[in-house]
Design a protein around this ligand. Sequence first.
Ligand SMILES: [Mg+2]
Length: 250
Amino acid sequence: MSFQSRIGRNPHSIIAPVPAVSAVFFDVDFTLIHPGPRFQARGYVASCARHGIVIDPLRFDRAVAAAAPLLESGDHIYDGRVFERYTRRIIELMGGSGPALDAAAREIFLEWAEHRHFELYPDVPETLERLHRQGVRIGLISNTHRCLTSFEAHFELDGLISATVSSYQHGYMKPHPSIFRAALELLEAAPADAAMVGDSLRHDVLGAREIGMRGILLARGDLPAETDGVEVVRSLVEVPDLLKAPVVPQ
Ligand SMILES: [Mg+2]
């Protein structure tokens, strides 16, 4: 069964339907692409080995989860050093130590900027092509230092993406309203005519909804515990049909 949660906060309240959209923005990491082996346990082991650091690959998943709070910033101003500290913490939690920690972390951080280390999810080309045929303009909004202008050429999506905004160039990160407004300006779209699709409830969905955009959560794996009031898709192929019709509150 296709899962599209349209849960109203109050099932008895009367809510005006949300109109179909003319522009849709996608988050990038873990929405359109995912890291390849370079950023999994064996990639960390290889980087650290080059710097004389020994780490335990079996501790990778726990280390990533434990380091995640370092990525939360109160002011949402982009700062690459945050990502370097996050990477260094992962290495430490995998048992790494010594004077070369910073160098190993920086190497991994810098390579995160290269498209070649990432893989496209298989549902992306079909989804973007269908949206394009529907006349919906497509943009990217990402908390990244990767070059988004070369994204569509690298992943063979030429002609499908009309605008990109990266936090590295813009200065603010999602969920700050400024980065969503900058993207809307590029497509000359009003918030009420636009949607944001991403895998982060807080950064992508709630950030977009804060300024009046429609927010759609992509939950490829486990469904988050808190999705009250949020539209949820389990695959991007659900998005084109979802955007054709207004939301009908239940
Ligand atoms: Mg993401």
